[in-house]
Design a protein around this ligand. Structure first.
Ligand SMILES: Nc1ncnc2c1ncn2[C@@H]1O[C@H](COP(=O)(O)OP(=O)(O)O)[C@@H](O)[C@H]1O
Ligand SMILES: [Mg+2]
Length: 475
């Protein structure tokens, strides 16, 4: 660094006065007007204060002095009859400005320090190896280390074992890319407490230092975990409830079906009864006609086969398929009708399927579930017709193709659904029947909309209800 004197010597406005101590013997430098100082007494050119200082200098009582002279500031040196006057007016100004900015800087620094210390986040400054150079109070409190202790630590050594390597990488990444944000890790405090933290690092290239902001997210994570658990419990509850409902719906459908079986079997059982009575009559005869016996056997077998077939139909119906399979919509609808045919006949209800010709009705999905939906709808339509004692009961099933979708309409003339029941019919356990379960339509909606990704809608027509099922071909 240049010494103050060297700086002064290089300043242009210096004046040299030669003097015996009383009178000016020569003037060099400065303004031309200074020439007239020659032969004047020192006492006369300076004011009292300045003169006193200059005299002191002459007597070598001080090395240098500062004086005000002719409206400017000088620093004066004396050496073998020569006074050197260095104009330090501008130096003075600069110095005072410097002092002022230094003061401002200090207050800024204090301000910044206060911000750092008041921040509700850990703020620290690291060197390029991650060693701590500074940490605010918050960080110190969070990690339970004093600043003195932190100097011998790095952000890597404060990580839990599994996060040491990632922390090192984070520091390197911050240096490489300028910043590294929201890096989540586990820190270990002095007393061994594990803290979940989110760190953001910014590299200050000019200083080769890293600013690190640390937020404690332990509570957030705990809260998230709690929430996750709650959701899991809720989902489990719902799944359980859903399973119970599925089970109930199967039971309800089974109940309705047993009614159906009873109807399907009534007629063949009657016939068998009659045949058995006939057999008793035959057995009392001496000569048993083998040919006749064979005929009876064939008829009995036919009835039994029919009964066995109905049971097969029902058991197929209740088999649970877990995997999607390709099935034919029309066939499924016909299967469902077959199960309830006898009842429909008993109530003299006509059922008719209408479909677009040459329509490929194969679809991928759960055939049994779909059949259950159709059966429930036909059953509902039938019960509506029966309960209102409608003459000429009719159920129509219309299969259409609408763009990429299949649309299946199930229409009846059973009088429809009342305005106040309409919003409730898909609710679980809503029923208007004495022995109803109220689960059929709820389950139908779940099957069509959740399992088959379709839509199930209802409307009243002028004579009854119309249920519309929409399905995508390859849902
Ligand atoms: N086709 C229909 N015509 C008139 N009302 C119907 C029809 N389908 C359903 N409903 C009404 O919706 C209710 C709920 O039907 P559902 O969920 O199948 O249960 P359940 O058949 O056990 O009553 C029925 O009780 C009935 O009031
Ligand atoms: Mg029903």
């Amino acid at each position: 660094m240049m010494k103050k004197l060297d700086i002064l010597k290089n300043m242009p406005k210096s004046i040299v006065l030669k003097s015996d101590g009383k009178v000016v013997l020569g003037v060099y430098g400065g303004k031309k007007s200074l020439k007239k100082l020659k032969y004047q007494k020192l006492k006369d050119i300076f004011d009292a204060k300045a003169y006193k200082r200059v005299k002191k200098l002459k007597k070598k009582k001080s090395k240098s002095c500062n004086i005000s002279w002719d409206g400017r500031e000088y620093e004066v040196y004396f050496n073998s009859n020569i006074f050197y006057f260095y104009d330090i007016t501008s130096y003075f100004e600069v110095e005072s400005k410097l002092k002022q900015s230094l003061g401002e800087l200090t207050s800024k620094k204090e301000e910044l320090q206060a911000v750092f210390d008041l921040a509700a986040n850990g703020i620290s400054i690291l060197d390029r190896n991650g060693m701590f150079l500074y940490a605010n109070k918050f960080f110190q409190n969070m990690m339970e280390y004093t600043m003195e202790e932190l100097y011998s630590h790095s952000c890597i050594s404060l990580s839990s074992a599994e996060y040491a390597a990632p922390s090192k990488t984070a520091v390197e990444k911050a240096i490489e890319f300028g910043s590294f944000e929201k890096f989540k890790k586990v820190c270990v405090t002095k007393s061994g407490i594990h803290i979940n933290a989110s760190m953001s690092l910014a590299y200050l290239q000019s200083r080769d230092e890293i600013i690190m902001i640390t937020s404690d997210i332990t509570e957030d994570i705990m809260y998230q975990d709690k929430l996750k658990k709650q959701v899991e419990i809720e989902v489990a509850k719902r799944t359980q409830q859903h399973e119970i409902m599925c089970h109930q719906s199967r039971l309800a459908a089974m109940g309705e079906m047993i009614d159906s079986i009873a109807h399907q079997w009534r007629q063949p059982l009657n016939s068998l009864g009659i045949i058995v009575q006939g057999l008793r009559h035959i057995s009392s005869q001496k000569n048993i006609d083998v040919k006749f016996l064979k005929e009876i056997e064939a008829e009995m077998m036919q009835k039994l086969n029919y009964m066995s077939q109905t049971i097969d139909d029902f058991s197929v119906f209740f088999r649970i398929t877990k995997q999607k399979e390709s099935f034919n919509l029309l066939q499924s609808i016909e299967d469902a009708i077959r199960l309830i045919e006898i009842q429909l006949k008993n109530y003299t209800i006509a059922i008719e399927i209408t479909k677009d010709e040459s329509l490929d009705l194969s679809i991928l999905g759960f055939a049994n579930e779909f059949r259950q939906v159709i059966l429930n709808m036909i059953n509902n339509a039938m019960m509506a017709i029966v309960s209102r004692s409608v003459q000429n009961g009719k159920i129509g099933i219309l299969i259409k193709r609408v763009k990429e979708n299949f649309q299946i309409e199930i229409v009846d003339n059973g009088g429809g659904i009342s305005k106040e029941d309409m919003p409730k019919i898909f609710n679980p356990y809503f029923t208007t029947k004495d022995k109803g379960s109220g689960i059929g339509l709820y389950m139908s909606k779940v099957i069509i909309e959740s399992h088959m990704n379709g839509l199930l809608r209802v409307k009243n027509t002028k004579d009854g209800a119309k249920f519309t099922i929409m399905l995508k071909k390859g849902y």
